[in-house]
Design a binder for this molecule. Structure first.
Ligand SMILES: *Cc1c(COP(=O)(O)O)cnc(C)c1O
Length: 361
């Protein structure tokens, strides 16, 4: 059996060495006499896994002590509802900067709880750029400002998230967390589903400034309360232990590879390779995103002629390059190239694209 290069947007490719380690530890974890997934989340074995994962993520991202780190269920979408429930009062204003599909879901999840103000939007232009900061119509009294750091479907990424003053900045980093250095202290909340850049689906990471935990929020159950999860170290109920463990292995792998600085450089090179092929194809391939807002993680592109889509996908698969079909909302192709996608995989795709163009162009 050979593994293909997998360009899936999420769940996405994991480092091969992490899968091998998980396989080796599957039946019996470090002398525990059982698999880690068969042991109590309150036992010493899993507590060690959980604590190391948090410590490693804190080290990777240089997370300051005045931020809590949570490993929760419910996905990124769940956090999109929990955030207004926890840090806004009922019907309070919240500002959203809309730059793609996931900003739209964030608004949908928040609407029952807050008065959503769309401070800026690139929807009319088909989400192909990021509205300039000067055009943002922020409210004076917003509970928070929400942005999507990287729009996974539209391939639109903030290069620098602008300053929004004293209002807490809340950012969905699901598809770009740990892809480059980030100044966590600029944010009130950073959240991410794990299945793009952190590990397997089923666990989400929430990084929240501790003062926000004291906000009254809205009537809600304990299980929806970030402060309660913090008090119980993400073990208010049984956490997704297997997912947490796998994410922890990914963190160790990233640290061993040189951390976020090394990945920033690698990700710049990888995305550059693909945008170069697209831009030098004389229109055979096309990416429609403003070059200043092009994502380093998700590269959507279209072929000159739609009738070439099927042969492109079929021949790519033959060449060991899978999951390149674009999201149904956009059509075309999309190459997702998160941290775990090796540079050799992107080189193979770039050379396949050049070769395909030569034969069909
Ligand atoms: C995938 C994704 C989501 C949704 O994540 P779920 O874990 O499926 O809820 C939200 N935001 C962004 C930016 C994503 O890439």
């Amino acid at each position: 059996m050979t593994r293909a290069y997998n360009f899936s947007a999420g769940p996405a490719t994991l480092p091969e060495s992490v899968l091998q380690q998980a396989q080796a530890e599957m039946l019996e974890w470090h002398g525990a006499g059982a698999s880690i997934v068969e042991l109590s989340h309150r036992g010493p074995e899993f507590l060690q896994v959980a604590q190391e994962a948090e410590a490693d993520l804190r080290r990777l991202m240089s997370i300051p002590d005045d931020y809590a780190v949570l490993f929760l269920q419910g996905g990124a979408t769940g956090q999109q509802a929990l955030i207004p429930l926890n840090i806004a009062t009922p019907g309070q204003k919240a500002d959203y900067v809309l730059t793609g599909h996931w900003g739209k879901t964030a608004i949908k999840q928040a609407k029952p709880y807050v008065d959503v103000n769309i401070a800026a939007s690139s929807e009319a232009g088909g989400y192909r750029d990021i509205p300039a900061r000067e055009t943002w119509q922020l409210s004076d009294d917003a509970a928070y400002v929400h942005v999507t750091a990287n729009e996974t479907i539209h391939g639109v990424e903030f290069r620098d998230i602008p300053d929004v003053g004293d209002v807490p900045l809340v950012a969905d980093f699901s598809s770009s967390i740990v892809s480059e250095p980030l100044d966590v202290s600029r944010f009130g909340v950073i959240y991410a589903g794990a299945q793009k850049n952190l590990g397997p689906v089923g666990v989400s990471v929430v990084i929240i400034r501790r003062d926000l935990l004291e906000r009254a929020g809205q009537p809600r159950a304990d299980i929806f309360t970030y402060a309660s999860h913090v008090a119980k170290e993400s073990m208010l109920n049984t956490p997704p232990t297997w997912n947490w463990y796998l994410a922890g292995l990914v963190f160790k792998w990233m640290l061993a590879q040189g951390g976020v600085d090394a990945f920033a450089e690698l990700n710049r090179r990888k995305s550059g390779l693909l945008y170069d092929v697209i831009d030098n194809s004389g229109g055979f391939y096309r990416n429609e995103v403003d070059p200043a807002a092009r994502s380093r993680m998700n590269v959507p592109f279209f072929l000159k002629d739609e009738s070439l889509d099927k042969p492109f996908l079929a021949e790519a698969r033959e060449a060991g390059l899978i999951s390149l079909k674009g999201h149904r909302a956009l059509g075309g192709m999309r190459a997702s190239i998160y941290n775990a996608m090796p540079e050799a995989g992107v080189e193979a795709l770039a050379s396949f694209m050049r070769d395909f163009q030569q034969r069909k162009g």
